[in-house]
Write a protein that binds this ligand. Structure first.
Ligand SMILES: Cc1ncc(COP(=O)(O)O)c(C=O)c1O
Length: 373
């Protein structure tokens, strides 16, 4: 006898809950190329300068305490972040990367059949977490590869629980002004959580940009997330944090795995936050080379989406011989790993992390050859 598709109790073997096997697992940026000994990885928006020396030293010091459980409330890091951003320490929570915070938000607020809204090219982790909770993922159109507030608001219905906005966004690099974020917030029902993912916020220097912390301070439904993976170059240590109203923190803290951030990660993050010189060098590198790359790529006839992050999204023509897929393969063959973003609904684009001067120049030289083939 065959069990009905979702009679999981009568199934001959364990069956994941409905919808789970429809989730496409997250695919990270590649880090290897067959036959290339030391490729340059420009595929995951990591910090090409590495990380702060002080963070590295803090990580080494933590080696003496590998047998000790961490304090998941991260008291020293909590105090350091609260002081740096002038925010209330009790309104913070920490995650195994900000990715874990998105998953916890979905778990805390979504019941099966509820929905989240994100941009059509939005970051994959939000949707994976929502689908794991049997939530529906609603994609708002992004004309010109940029979030459109009216398109987001159009998607809201009485089952909407969360709206995820990365600002600046990945993989497009586009961003919303503080005024647009305020307009979006004003248009959402108070029961909807607005998540402002600031993974790349430090890289946007435009005065019209707003990191959302002030909005989160005053509103009852705004969460700002940040990470040590990008500017601070600590992607492997997995430290993300969220600033949110006390009631939201209270909900998240009930389900957060108690030891989710490591001692080494917390202590390296404290050191990284204090190293403003490393941060300034990292920002200066992006500020110098992002416009250069944009201009040079434009000179090759390629359209670059205006980016406020530590990467650029390059749009290729669909012409055989000149496509994004072929460009990615050509760069790989020559030792440069970039990121095709077909899985973000952008089959004609490639995302390139800003590299060191020699990397940026090499990428331009290679793409000049590619376009001239
Ligand atoms: C928009 C965005 N948010 C969050 C993250 C994840 O950051 P974390 O390393 O803190 O999990 C990334 C990483 O690529 C990202 O692009």
């Amino acid at each position: 006898m065959t069990a009905p598709a979702n009679d999981r109790f009568a199934a001959p073997r364990p069956t994941p809950k409905p919808g789970l096997m429809d989730i496409a697992a997250y695919v990270g940026g590649k880090s290897k190329i067959d036959g290339v000994a030391h490729p340059v990885k420009l595929s995951s928006n990591e910090n090409i300068l590495g990380c702060s020396e002080a963070a590295r030293a803090a990580f080494r010091d933590a080696a003496d305490r590998l047998h000790v459980y961490p304090d998941g409330k991260a008291p020293a890091l909590r105090a350091a972040i609260a002081a740096r951003y002038d925010i209330e320490p009790e309104r913070l929570t920490f995650g195994d990367g900000s990715d874990e915070i998105f998953a916890l938000l979905n778990q805390a607020y979504l019941e099966p059949g509820d929905n989240i809204i994100q941009g059509e090219h939005g970051f994959a982790a939000y949707a994976i977490g929502a689908r794991a909770c049997q939530g529906e993922v609603r994609l708002a159109k992004e004309p010109n590869q940029r979030i459109d507030i009216d398109e987001v608001v159009k998607q809201v219905d009485d089952r909407t629980r969360l709206v995820f906005i990365a600002n600046p966004a990945n993989p497009t690099g586009t961003w919303l002004t503080g005024e647009e974020i305020a307009r979006l917030h004003a248009a959402l029902p108070p029961s909807v959580v607005l998540v402002l993912d600031g993974a790349y916020s430090e890289f946007c220097a435009d005065p019209r940009f707003d990191d959302g912390l002030a909005l989160a301070r005053d509103a009852e439904n705004v969460v700002v997330t940040r990470t040590f993976s990008k500017l601070h170059g600590l992607a492997s240590l997995r430290i993300g944090w969220a600033y949110a109203p006390t009631a939201i923190i209270d909900a998240l803290e009930r389900i957060r795995p108690p030891f989710n951030t490591s001692i080494a990660g917390q202590e390296a993050a404290v050191a990284a936050l204090a190293d403003t010189d490393f941060q300034a060098r990292s920002l200066a590198l992006v500020a110098q080379w992002r416009p250069w790359l944009t201009q040079q790529l434009g000179g090759l006839g390629l359209e670059v989406t205006p980016s406020a992050a530590n990467f650029v999204l390059v749009n290729f023509p669909p012409t055989p011989g000149k496509t994004a897929k072929e460009a990615e393969a050509f760069l790989a063959m020559n030792g440069y790993i970039v990121r095709g973003v077909g899985n973000y609904g952008l089959p004609d684009a490639v995302r390139i992390t800003i590299g060191l001067e020699e990397h940026n120049r090499a990428v331009i030289d290679l793409l000049a050859q590619f376009m001239a083939r």
